[in-house]
Design a protein around this ligand. Structure first.
Ligand SMILES: O=C(O)C(=O)Cc1ccccc1
Length: 317
């Protein structure tokens, strides 16, 4: 792995600089070893690297255990065409508060932090630094680096180990509001090849609903419930063109090659004006998908064979 090979087409892009949680997620990808790694400043840049061919894939944060979906990521995946999620990775996240040497907690009035990190440390910061102001940063590592670049703030929220990269004083450790916080990352590529089914898979979709049709949200949910497909994430995001128009971000247990998932997709496609298939990929936790046996592949295949028989005039068994 080498950093910053700007024009390489086999590069992996990630939110940098080195030392971010996003880089820790990328380190979990065996295929990324030996390729150049491009540190970028935001999700938009990471995805643009993929669509333009500057990178084969990008690692982006998509969900965390405190705030739920990362809206910038969800909105980018909904609007940038041609992208597929090919893997998911979990990183436990915890944070430290750091400052330029000599600063004490009592000196801190402004805190530089990535918005997602700020959300995850907000309780601690409110309690220990009441009245502080938040200065947003592009990443956890950049938050600490900026302390030396332009004095943007008195202190920064950063990943543990940051003092190995920057000459900071650590003012407090374990400042995350939830010690078990986990962030979910996804690897996004242009490849049309769907990762093979493992039996422990997830499928991610973005679904729009027909305008002004009462019950259409229920109709969407019924596509999953009537086929025994479990959802692990459901969020709405404004489409952005008018008040009251939303799209739904959905994660399902299962793979598009599972008959029950494929059948649910067909059901969605029949009534939704826009279904974006973001991908089917192995679950990071490797927990096998659970579903009732009446939704087994064999049951769908038998029913299809029966219908085919009827249509072709075969005598009924
Ligand atoms: O990857 C990082 O370190 C980031 O800055 C993004 C982020 C922020 C908070 C939790 C996980 C990832």
């Amino acid at each position: 792995m080498t950093d910053a090979a700007a024009d390489a087409t086999d590069a992996y892009s990630y939110l940098g600089p080195a030392g971010t949680f996003t880089e820790a997620a990328l380190k979990q990808v065996p295929d990324a070893a030996g390729h150049p790694w491009n540190p970028v400043n935001n999700v938009g840049e990471a995805l643009a690297d993929v669509t333009s061919g500057r990178a084969v894939a990008a690692m982006i944060a998509i969900e965390n255990s405190i705030e739920g979906g990362v809206s910038a990521t969800q909105d980018a995946l909904a609007t940038v065409p041609g992208l597929r999620i090919v893997g998911e990775y979990l990183v436990p996240v915890n944070f430290v508060l750091v400052a330029r040497p000599g600063t004490t907690l009592a000196d801190v009035r402004t805190v530089n932090a990535h918005p997602v990190a700020y959300a995850q440390t907000h309780g601690w910061l409110e309690r220990e630094l009441p009245g502080h102001a938040h200065v947003p940063s592009s990443s956890n590592v950049q938050a600490a680096a900026s302390l030396f670049e332009n004095d943007v703030a008195d202190a920064a929220v950063a990943p543990p180990g940051i003092d190995a990269h920057h000459p900071v004083d650590v003012l407090a450790t374990g400042i995350g509001d939830n010690p078990n916080a986990v962030t979910r990352f996804v690897l996004v590529s242009r490849s049309r090849a769907i990762p093979p089914r493992t039996g422990a898979d997830k499928t991610s979709l973005i679904v729009e609903l027909p305008d002004d049709e009462p019950g259409s949200l229920l109709a969407m949910l019924e596509q999953f419930s009537t086929r025994g497909v479990n959802m692990s994430l459901l969020e709405s995001r404004p489409i952005g063109d008018a008040l009251g128009r939303y799209r739904f971000v959905v994660d399902l247990d299962g793979h598009i090659e599972d008959e029950r998932v494929a059948d649910a997709l067909l059901g969605l496609r029949r009534f939704s004006p826009n279904v974006i298939f973001l991908g089917s990929y192995p679950r990071a936790d490797k927990q096998p998908n659970e579903y009732h046996s009446k939704y087994d592949d064999a049951v769908y295949v038998e029913a299809r064979d029966w219908l085919r028989g009827l249509l072709s005039g075969e005598p009924e068994a």
